[in-house]
Design a protein around this ligand. Structure first.
Ligand code: SF4
Ligand code: SF4
Length: 353
């Protein structure tokens, strides 16, 4: 294990995406010890990985966040300054008006902290997208008086709220997301329920996003959803629609955690062991384009964090061309094993159930 740590250190700064990628590709494994993801998917003729019909545009409105979660793959936090400008938002709106995609997915950081967030939601909701998701960390609603009316604002624009909640118990949630996060999240969920979210007949959708609090893979999504539903209803009278179980990918803060806790090798072996060729069919990058705060295009949020722009003539939102993008090869590497383990994993939860 000392070898592992020194190798990681030798790669210099793992907060640098290029170093992370190098570490993931060569890392500590001897040649052949851990199969390359590209060879694995080639066994079922999925290499090169190609996109299918574009369904989801995922926009990262900035890396600023009121939390600093230990497993955050965005490395978000209060001191991050990267924020999508109004000019880039205007370019995104132009694409939203003309895209064939039916879902718009706003993420961050805390997307609500972008100063133009409300203006953008108002404009984008006029564009006729079918499903309009905002990924809220929940605590933002209570972080400052100016955010207290977010539930009403979401309701007004029929926003589909997808909220992170690592567990239905205080200790595990606070361990991963910080002291006091659980209680604030519960209060925010109650506020969302109070305006009609997850209540019959309102059409207001409230989903929860679960990710494991350590170096292990999520268990069955349906069983987890049932456990969450029973516990949250009994303990706090909270309702929600669905639960998305997401696998932690070995990048950013979670990669650092895996190395520091000496779990990196075992975790990678666990991902490879759980490789599911059926999940490859539906990995998120096959129906999604991810757009960064500064307008660059990526196959997914994870590739965005690793600095891997789309392999296409079109790489920026200002030059957006759906036909050209649909013709690209998706860039893959060893982190992709996180999307194909077990029932598969994406921002919408499992991909095979
Ligand atoms: S709330 Fe989300 S974006 Fe913010 S630090 Fe936690 S995981 Fe990252
Ligand atoms: S990490 Fe991104 S590129 Fe790799 S399989 Fe997952 S969604 Fe696709």
């Amino acid at each position: 294990m000392a070898l592992l740590k020194s190798l990681a250190a030798r790669e210099n700064d793992l907060s640098n995406p290029a170093n992370q990628l190098k570490f993931l590709s060569n890392g500590i494994f001897k040649k052949g010890e851990l199969p390359l993801f590209k060879d694995k998917i080639a066994e079922t003729n999925h290499f090169p990985l190609k996109p299918k019909k574009l369904e989801i545009l995922q926009l990262n409105l900035g890396y600023m966040c009121n939390q600093v979660c230990s497993h955050c793959h965005v490395d978000a936090g209060p001191d991050r300054k990267e924020i999508m400008t109004m000019e880039t938002m205007e370019q995104c709106l132009e694409v939203i008006r003309n895209t064939g995609a039916h879902t718009l997915d706003l993420t961050g950081g805390a997307p609500e902290m972008n100063p133009n967030f409300r203006w953008f939601v108002e404009e984008a909701s006029k564009a006729g997208i079918k499903d309009f998701i905002v990924r809220s960390n929940l605590t933002i609603i209570l972080a400052n008086k100016k955010y207290h009316d977010l539930p009403e604002f979401f309701k007004k624009h029929k926003v589909h709220v997808a909220s992170s909640l690592p567990f239905y118990k205080r200790d595990k949630t606070d361990k991963q997301r910080g002291e006091g996060v659980f209680d604030k999240s519960i209060k925010a969920l109650q506020m969302l329920n109070a305006v009609g979210y997850a209540q019959e007949g309102t059409g207001l959708k409230l989903d929860l996003v679960y990710n494991p609090s350590g170096a292990f893979l999520p268990t069955n999504q349906q069983a987890l959803e049932q456990d969450f539903k029973v516990a949250l209803k009994e303990d706090f009278n909270i309702d929600f629609n669905s639960l998305f179980a997401i696998t932690n990918l070995p990048i950013s803060r979670f990669l650092e955690y895996l190395i520091a806790s000496e779990n990196y090798e075992d975790y990678m072996y666990a991902l490879v062991e759980a490789y599911n060729p059926v999940a490859v069919e539906n990995v998120m990058c096959t129906n999604t384009i991810s757009i960064s705060w500064d307008g660059w295009l990526y196959d997914c949020d994870f590739n965005q964090m690793l600095g891997l722009k789309v392999d296409s003539k079109v790489q920026h939102i200002r030059d957006y061309n759906e036909d050209l993008l649909n013709d690209r090869n998706i860039i893959i590497s060893q982190h992709c094993y996180g999307c194909t383990a077990g029932a598969g994993s994406s921002c919408q939860g499992t991909v095979t159930e």
